[in-house]
Design a protein around this ligand. Structure first.
Ligand SMILES: C[S@@+](CC[C@H](N)C(=O)[O-])C[C@H]1O[C@@H](n2cnc3c(N)ncnc32)[C@H](O)[C@@H]1O
Length: 282
């Protein structure tokens, strides 16, 4: 066996192979079925004002990944800014984007904690619909980060009508009465790449620990060329994900410039809806 020439400790988003693996194992639009929900929200918000070519309806998809949510919208000729802090995810998103969406979507490298800067550099700066999908806010595990995200969101939302839809995934709920279940496949499991010929992904040694409200997820992921069994890349996956108490986000938001509007139950998640606090000067 030829030994590895790439060995890294990483999250799931930091190489083209990892992006491919993520798309194989992550919830997809069929399993989550949030696209129809966001499409309805879009139609409802669109009806609240009369967008013009000079001042179009703008979607900001935060933590867009490979663009799953945008690609899933029923009609996608919507001016969309798609932000992620993982360039490899954005590269794949751009590569798989076709048709009319190509002309109205921008794939922007940036942080959920710096949305003001992201939008300041865009042509249309006010956001009608901000989406932070499938529990991705759990990536903001450091103390104060979810609050900073909400502050940033309220800076870029269109006053009065703009809305942020923030998903908390059921699987990331802390319930002191229940044992937390971790997804820990036994032994070694193997998955065939959908993109790279002859590549398989071997995952093993799943570990999960909970420390306070942070879940530590670790496993080993080898990228193997099945033609000659050589290891192309070895990844020591290590991720920290924030866990939540029921409706904790509402409580946190009371310390921010985001104003809680409502929560909506989805099949596997709760969508928390926020608008910018009205200052009276708008
Ligand atoms: C679970 S994936 C969700 C991808 C996509 N939105 C979806 O629904 O399929 C989370 C994404 O959030 C991105 N992410 C994590 N922390 C971020 C941050 N601070 N700012 C921007 N994006 C972030 C990751 O790179 C990853 O692409």
């Amino acid at each position: 066996m030829t030994l590895t020439f790439e060995e890294q400790s990483s999250d799931l988003y930091s190489s083209p192979y990892l992006v491919d693996y993520y798309d194989l194992v992550a919830p997809n639009s069929r399993s989550v079925d949030d696209a129809s929900f966001y499409w309805e929200v879009y139609q409802k918000l669109f009806a609240l004002r009369s967008p013009t070519p000079e001042d179009p309806f703008v979607i900001l998809d935060v933590g867009t990944g490979t663009g799953r949510v945008l690609h899933g919208l029923e009609s996608n000729a919507i001016n969309s800014e798609c932000v992620d802090n993982a360039q490899h995810m954005l590269d794949k998103a751009e590569m798989i984007t076709t048709g009319i969406l190509k002309n109205c979507v921008s794939w922007v490298h940036g942080s959920a904690l710096n949305l003001r800067e992201v939008m300041d550099a865009r042509k249309h700066q006010k956001v009608d619909l901000l989406i932070f999908s499938i529990g991705s806010i759990s990536h903001l595990y450091e103390s104060g980060q979810p609050e900073e995200f909400l502050n940033q969101a309220s800076k870029v939302l269109r006053p009065r009508t703009g809305r942020a839809y923030v998903s908390i995934y059921d699987g990331s709920l802390l319930n002191p009465n229940k044992k937390i279940a971790f997804h820990q496949p036994q032994g070694v499991s193997e998955l065939k790449s959908a993109v790279f010929a002859s590549i398989v992904y071997r995952e093993s040694d799943h570990r999960g620990e909970l420390e306070g409200n942070v879940k530590f997820l670790k496993f080993e992921l080898e990228v193997v060329d099945s033609d000659n069994q050589s290891v192309v890349e070895t990844n020591h996956i290590s991720m920290k994900m924030r866990q939540w108490l029921d409706d904790e986000l509402i409580l946190l938001s009371s310390e921010t410039d985001a104003c809680f509007v409502e929560s909506v139950r989805g099949a596997h998640e709760t969508f928390y809806v926020f608008k910018a606090i009205e200052t009276g000067s708008e």
